[in-house]
Write a protein that binds this ligand. Structure first.
Ligand code: PLP
Length: 357
């Protein structure tokens, strides 16, 4: 018996279909498709009619190109490997004025999306004036082989936050950039800004936008709590097994460094074959595990094991669920364990058995 990370293909696809509805989605597949597996995820997304992908890594962009010869692939980080970008027909962000002027001659034939910095301050042009400077400089550039301006984009850093006004601020500022440029007659084949939270908050793709750039919802986790669990479903299961059930008495310390002190005699502890070495976060182990459809408290977390306090109904070889559609990653996000993507990224795909069912 070994702990297993598994994905139900049918549920993964059904969820992605439900998230997409009839909207144009650019699927964010960075970090190995949120660790669901890049090839697996791209194939499922293609299957339900998503043919536009974005990632932050050129290596991943090329892997996507190998699976999807006709897809639109957008690289959200700028790189200087321009020949590879051309060779694999990858579209790329244009992240700043300095990048434009420094690389103007190397960018020929590359399709770029102008990036607006906004409140995240991670990348992008600082003002609409900077964007216009590039647009005008580009128009006046008579060089036959020059870059091609394909898109306009930003990233909302606050769409997942509800108690502050920053989302409104970044949204208003961005819409003003988009609408001013369109009113002045500029055209972009692609305009995109929304992550999962913004996509749900706006109930679809913002007007004048061609795509929403969605990640976590496609992978089955809700970006915020008031979205119904039926609207976004988790296809991932992470589970271990009870190796043995042991009894300890009041005053016994169990686990490393006094991790848990039993307060009653005959306390039953299931020893489970999954731990932080498999990617279970310490904060996740403050909560429960699911055995035979019942929740039990996790008492101590070790590298390859955990203790779960159980009752007489639990036996060796019973399955111990850490995540499934009834014990979802997003539940623990909302309980403060860590972002959805943080919990997914913590999983150790070298130690867990990986299965697509
Ligand atoms: C630039 C960019 N766009 C879109 C997304 C997708 O966000 P989410 O997973 O919240 O949908 C991310 C994720 O971090 C991102 O960095």
């Amino acid at each position: 018996m070994t702990a297993i990370w598994s994905v139900n293909r049918q549920l993964f696809r059904k969820n992605a279909e439900h998230v997409k509805q009839n909207n144009s989605i650019m699927a964010v597949v960075k970090n190995n498709a949120y660790h669901y597996g890049l090839e697996f995820a791209v194939e499922q997304f293609l299957n339900i009619g998503i043919d536009t992908f974005s990632t932050t890594s050129l290596k991943e962009a090329i892997r996507i190109r190998n699976i999807a010869p006709n897809a639109t692939i957008f690289l959200m980080n700028a790189v200087n490997e321009f020949d590879k970008i051309r060779q694999h027909h990858i579209q790329m962000t244009l992240p700043s004025l300095s990048f434009y002027y420094e690389n103007i001659n190397e960018l020929y034939d590359i399709e770029v999306h102008l990036e607006y910095e906004n409140l995240l301050h991670r990348s992008g042009f600082k003002t609409i004036e900077e964007i216009k400077e590039v647009l005008q400089h580009h128009t006046q550039n008579n060089n036959k082989r020059k870059m091609c301006i394909k898109g306009l984009w930003t990233h909302f850093g606050y769409a997942d936050e509800f108690d502050v006004s920053e989302y409104d601020t970044e949204r208003t500022s961005w819409l003003s950039v988009v609408n001013t440029l369109l009113d002045e007659g500029y055209h972009f084949d692609m305009i995109h800004a929304q992550n999962s939270a913004s996509y749900y908050r706006e109930q679809g793709v913002l007007s004048n936008h061609t795509h929403a750039r969605v990640g976590i919802a496609l992978y089955g986790s809700r970006p915020y709590k008031s979205i119904s669990e039926f609207d976004i479903q988790q296809s991932l299961t992470v589970k271990g097994n009870v190796i043995q059930v042991r009894e300890v008495n009041a005053g016994d310390f169990c686990g490393y460094s006094f991790a848990f002190e039993a307060t009653k005699n005959n306390t039953k502890l299931a020893v489970v074959d999954i731990g932080y070495g498999d990617g279970i976060l310490k904060a996740r182990a403050q909560h429960e595990a699911l055995i035979n459809n019942k929740r039990y408290p996790i008492r101590a977390l070790m590298m390859s094991h955990m203790f779960v306090e159980v009752d007489d109904s639990v036996n060796a070889q019973d399955e111990v669920i850490l995540y499934n559609n009834n014990m979802r990653v997003d539940e623990f996000t909302f309980k403060g364990v860590g972002a959805n993507s943080e919990q997914l990224s913590a999983m150790n795909h070298d130690s867990l058995i990986k299965e697509y069912r």
